[in-house]
Design a protein around this ligand. Sequence first.
Ligand code: UT7
Length: 325
Amino acid sequence: MAIQLIATGSALPKRIVPNRELENFIDTSDEWIYTHTGVRERHIIENEETTVSLGTDAAKAALEMAGMQPDEVDLIVCSTITPDCEVPGCAPRIRQLLGVTRDIPALDINANCTGCIYSLATARGLMETLGLETALVIGSDTLSTITNWEDRGTCILFGDGAGAFILRRSEEEGILAVHISGRNDDENVLVCNWPIPETPFYPAKTPMHTKLYMDGHKVFSFAVGALIDTIQYTLGQAGVEASALKAIVPHQANARIIKSTARRLDIPVEKFYMNVDRVGNTSSASVPIALDELARSGGLQSGDLVLLAGFGGGLTYGSALVRWK
Ligand code: UT7
């Protein structure tokens, strides 16, 4: 079945938190954060904003771009590591808030910052298996809720947001290649655990890291290697040269990771779309927000080839080569 990515959307919390605001509670500076990460500011939720509300707003924007009504959606896949609650998942809640009246499948995916690529692969597979016409794929995360705001080595990186895109069955193939993979995180370089309350059967368990813990150096070197591997693999699968790409939309974890990947692949860094300065690392939302910005700013014309690529906890990584509709 041929499938195209036909529309994108995104939503960011209203509140913008510049680096200078972090100086109020950790020993850091705007200059250190910018030179080590490329981040100038991030958006942080307040009031009623949640992973579900942001995901719903991003989905509405994508539906509007596609000229579709909520009841034309046949499947919803939402990638997140920060769901509003355990039951129900975010995707079923978003289905409800969008006002979908038909019974359709809606499920969450947890693949960390590669979540949007994993979700694209899942949605594409389910569309084929179930013979569906359309799928709404959402990446939404509120990392501020699991960030350790006392750890200056990690909290400077993260932000909140949501991105979405719509897949539709088509005559021409628009998803030219997809690659998802993962490697054991034997050293626990990226972890966050829930505390478990006491039950009649076992005592309470308080794990070491109830907020996001990251070994920055180890994640950095994994990230560059994984990005290089997956970009090369996907281009190879599709038989496409990097020079034919209009843009690469990588996970926005750190500008230095992106620049280092570009250098080692010998691809001009200008080809890598970056918004990490304004958005920070929004995990599942990172790639779809960046793709939406690129599309809405007129950066993609019909027929352009764009490569989406991510990596993250798990340790997951993957990429997808898309021909813009
Ligand atoms: O999506 C999840 C994937 N996550 C990532 O991709 C993150 C990958 N890792 C990174 O982006 C980088 O490793 C960090 C941004 C987390 C850290 O940057 P770094 O250049 O590796 O810094 P560092 O940890 O080597 O620290 C250098 C120095 C240290 O001081 P000393 O020991 O040299 O005196 C740190 O204590 O900078 C210090 N430092 C800070 N100083 C001011 C660490 N964080 C800060 C800070 N402000 N926020």
